[in-house]
Design a protein around this ligand. Structure first.
Ligand SMILES: [Zn+2]
Ligand SMILES: [Zn+2]
Length: 300
């Protein structure tokens, strides 16, 4: 496996089975859901509640086992939405993990690794104020004068998808576009930089950890491409795969009639088939009408 390669075990299919332990008390879960829903509904038009903030009677409870060994409870809309087939949020970001993954951070999680950028996505711009004239505590005035931005500046932030399927943000120059490809330094500058880093590593062996040193070596060998084609994935260490699941029950226990009613309700497939039939019949009638129009014109 090369250094940036993604582990092959990233998404085994989850199995339905009995999991150890017990589900949380239902009233507790119901209360949590209602609190969350009340907050959601403050921001959403009532007409959209059925889609984005459905009532608890539509919600089904599951217990899932993750690749880290933890067992967690999740909720889906109805008992047909399997937890391992859904996309779950990434805490702290307004984005989702790949299908079937759930966030579970442990104190002893492995450090983040570099992953290749697989796809460039959304772009936003951010303005930064000019740096203060006074140097910060950790820098001398001379160094500060060299690196300080004396005017406000704008940078572009791109959301990228990494080879592992996770997202991160990459900062670029304002005018750079993915089609431009990364910019590299001249061969002469590349040789200088290699010499500079070799000297730095020799003089300060602890100055750069193993991972950063390996990244720097790859960057140097590639002519120091900017933006760098590989980025740290801070999600990988905590994104777990759902390996098994067990249905618990509806969040609001169903009466027998309700269960019957759900069973009697046509499935999506049945509705789609009926829709197809109606559309075909509509098309037939339209053709027939067109034919009659044609005949009318011919006899005029
Ligand atoms: Zn865990
Ligand atoms: Zn990742």
């Amino acid at each position: 496996m090369t250094e940036n390669e993604v582990p092959a075990s990233a998404s085994p299919s989850a199995v339905a089975r009995r999991l150890t332990g017990r589900a949380k008390p239902r009233v507790e879960v119901l209360q949590e859901y209602q609190d969350l829903n009340a907050k959601r509904r403050e921001r959403i038009l009532p007409a959209l509640w059925p889609f984005w903030a459905p009532g608890p009677e539509e919600i089904y409870r599951w217990r899932v086992e993750l690749s880290c060994g933890c067992i967690r409870e999740v909720l889906t809309r109805g008992d047909n939405d399997l937890p391992a087939e859904g996309r779950w949020g990434e805490p702290g970001y307004n984005r989702c993990l790949p299908v079937g993954q759930l966030w579970c951070a442990h104190d002893d999680d492995a450090p983040a690794q570099y992953r290749d950028i697989a796809e460039w996505g959304d772009r936003r711009e951010q303005t930064f104020a000019a740096d203060p004239v006074e140097p910060p505590d950790y820098l001398d005035a001379q160094t500060w004068a060299r690196i300080r931005w004396d005017e406000p500046r704008v940078s572009a932030f791109w959301t990228v998808t990494l080879a592992c399927g996770h997202a991160t943000e990459v900062v670029t120059d304002l005018h750079w576009k993915p089609l431009d490809g990364p910019r590299t330094v001249t061969a002469e500058r590349q040789r200088e930089m290699i010499a500079e880093f070799e000297q730095f590593w020799a003089s300060d062996p602890a100055g750069q950890g193993e991972r950063e040193r390996a990244h720097t070596r790859r960057q140097l060998a590639a002519g120091w491409p900017r933006p760098a084609p590989e980025q740290l994935c801070n999600t990988c260490p905590h994104a777990r795969t759902i390996v098994a699941y067990q249905g618990v029950d509806w969040l609001v226990p169903r009466e027998k009639e309700q269960i019957e009613e759900t069973r009697a309700r046509p499935s999506r497939k049945q509705v789609e088939q009926r829709l197809k039939k109606v559309q075909a019949e509509m098309k037939r009638l339209q053709d027939q009408l067109a034919e009659l129009d044609e005949q009318d014109r011919a006899t005029e």
